[in-house]
Design a binder for this molecule. Sequence first.
Ligand code: ADP
Ligand code: MG
Length: 210
Amino acid sequence: MELYIENLHKKYDDKTILDIPRLKIQEGKITGITGLNGSGKSTLLNIIGGIDKEFEGSIRYNGKLLNKEIATNMTYVFQKPYLFRRKVYDNIAYPLKLRKVNKDRIEKAVQEILERLEITDLVNKKGHKLSGGESQKVALARALIFEPKLLLLDEPTSNIDPESIKVLEREIVRFNKETNGTVLIVTHNLNQAKRICDDIIYLSFGRVGN
Ligand SMILES: Nc1ncnc2c1ncn2[C@@H]1O[C@H](COP(=O)(O)OP(=O)(O)O)[C@@H](O)[C@H]1O
Ligand SMILES: [Mg+2]
């Protein structure tokens, strides 16, 4: 999904948080958003993800304003993911259940994504009893499983150990290559951005710089 942002202004109280006259995010690429704490990265992702509707300007998704079909094809993995108080299996299966995929295919897909992310040992644990890093892995699995056209990730490896970071980065890249899904990843880790992103956007006090 291609994104086109025009005249985006966002304020909290009287303070300008985002000021982006024009920004294009290419379809089928991995784009990183980086910048210091408080530069507006999460705010921008919340707006693109349709969670924050209080802004001026427009965001176009393949030329269209956000609608139900676009929302169905995009997903947002929060920095602190929200998981259901159910087994990891059910958490990951949920997007496919919602889309009425049959049970056999769901089982196969869940198994495959668990193996890819190297988290098969978590399958029967309860979502709300996982550590921060485990939750991030499960949330990524739940996002990847339905092959969204647009994947929004906010600091997806912030709580993750170096070994697992490699696995997650590998699977984000694999998802992008195999499905051509567009990925927008917020990370304050410039090295991570350089490792996996095709393009990098630098935010500084709510403005795009370089
Ligand atoms: N709900 C809110 N009310 C007021 N200010 C906010 C709110 N959310 C974020 N901010 C402010 O907006 C700025 C950008 O925040 P954020 O987008 O979370 O930054 P980043 O993700 O780059 O660290 C910060 O100065 C933050 O304090
Ligand atoms: Mg943030």
